[in-house]
Design a binder for this molecule. Structure first.
Ligand SMILES: C[S@@+](CC[C@H](N)C(=O)[O-])C[C@H]1O[C@@H](n2cnc3c(N)ncnc32)[C@H](O)[C@@H]1O
Length: 349
């Protein structure tokens, strides 16, 4: 059980390899990362016993930027019939698990396999429960079976409180029909990921104010309005009439990189397509200058060294806040709804 399997957005396997290798080096876990391009996953093979477990213990999953899900374990070949017996036999060397997720990679092959998983899950769950390998208990590790095909599965596990919050790291969010653009799901996912649900009423309250930079046509503004906030939407482009009709939105046709509010606001969100260094400098000014308390900004990553670029910018932000002597919690994740980009959340403490 000494391989760490990491799911990701197809095309970001190199970023995952670089990131997990960095973290393994930090923790002194010997091993090597490998991945096939566009396979939507990478593997980190640990060279010493217990290495994968130590790596997971020393790293919070939520702090990883590019991986969508992770599990430690091994690959297992499956026969065409009676897969369950072979799985039960292999699981004899695994601890008893408290929950079960069947997963696939985010590729076309994976999508085809998800039908098989749906059919297989019920009988497998029953057999595991009957054999005492699965008992409902949130404090026990989760069994994560990632099917590569009907004949090969990664038999993995992860602590339920240190892994993706959703199977395969994919939240099932329903596109709200009234929202003016699909981008709306990016901000909604960001809130689900970065803000614990029990804090939503306090941190996303209808007594708050928000600014949306690069707002048109209004997918992100829609999310702020849905929480009852008064929003200033900055964009030269037109905002959806339905949002303007709410009376909660003021639309200003000015430059989002130079405009600042006269009074501090609670939230600033920004989805402008711009060089990530410029966006990072802008959010540093907003939070550092006290113009907002929390921010969600999208960093676009068209360059080659995407992991290195994100690390550099996060470090720059940390240094800048340290210099200003202010405490800011910074988190960054490539969310499921992100494409060639990552989402950063900043909160002044
Ligand atoms: C990706 S779109 C935003 C989509 C929006 N978040 C939504 O959910 O509907 C980027 C927007 O940024 C705007 N934009 C680009 N440069 C800008 C700038 N300097 N100031 C303000 N808006 C800008 C563009 O006009 C465009 O509407």
């Amino acid at each position: 059980m000494n391989t760490l399997l990491l799911h990701c957005r197809p095309g970001f396997e190199g970023e995952v390899c670089a990131e997990i290798s960095d973290q393994a080096a930090r923790l002194g876990v010997a091993g090597y990362a490998k991945a096939k391009p566009n396979s939507a996953h990478a593997e980190f093979t640990c060279l010493e016993p217990g290495g994968a477990e130590r790596l997971m213990q020393g790293q919070r999953f939520n702090r990883l930027i590019f991986p969508r899900q992770w599990a430690r374990g091994d690959y297992l070949q499956l026969p065409e019939t009676d897969r369950i017996s072979v799985l039960l036999q292999a699981l004899a060397s695994y601890p008893v698990c408290g929950s079960l997720w069947l997963e696939v990679f985010d590729t076309n092959d994976g999508k085809e396999l998800s039908n098989f998983c749906k059919k297989f899950e019920g009988p497998l769950r029953k057999a595991l429960e009957k054999a005492g390998r699965l008992v409902e208990d949130a404090s026990k590790p989760r069994l994560l079976l990632t099917f590569k095909s009907g004949r090969e599965v990664f038999l993995g596990m992860a602590e339920a409180d240190n892994q993706a919050p959703w199977p395969m790291g994919i939240p099932r969010l329903k596109f709200p029909r009234e929202a003016p653009s699909r981008s709306t799901l990016k901000l909604e996912e960001a809130w689900h990921f970065f803000i614990p649900r029990e804090q939503w009423d306090a941190r996303l309250s209808d007594e708050m104010t928000g600014v949306d930079l690069g707002a048109a046509p209004g997918g992100w503004t829609y999310q702020l309005v849905r929480r009852g906030m008064l929003v200033t939407a900055i964009d030269n482009g037109p905002m959806a009439e339905s949002l303007m009709d709410t009376g909660l939105v003021t639309h200003l046709m000015v430059d989002g990189f130079t405009w600042k509010p006269k009074q501090p606001v609670d939230w600033m969100v920004c989805d402008i397509v711009e060089k990530p260094a410029r966006t990072a400098a802008m959010v540093e000014e907003w939070i550092g200058g006290g113009h907002c308390r929390e921010a969600v900004v999208n960093l676009k990553l068209p360059m080659k060294q995407r992991y290195a670029e994100v690390c550099k910018l996060l470090q720059r932000l940390q240094d800048a806040f340290a210099e200003r002597r202010i405490k800011v919690a910074i988190a960054c994740k490539q969310l499921y709804h992100d494409r060639e980009e990552v989402t950063c959340h900043l909160r002044r403490l």
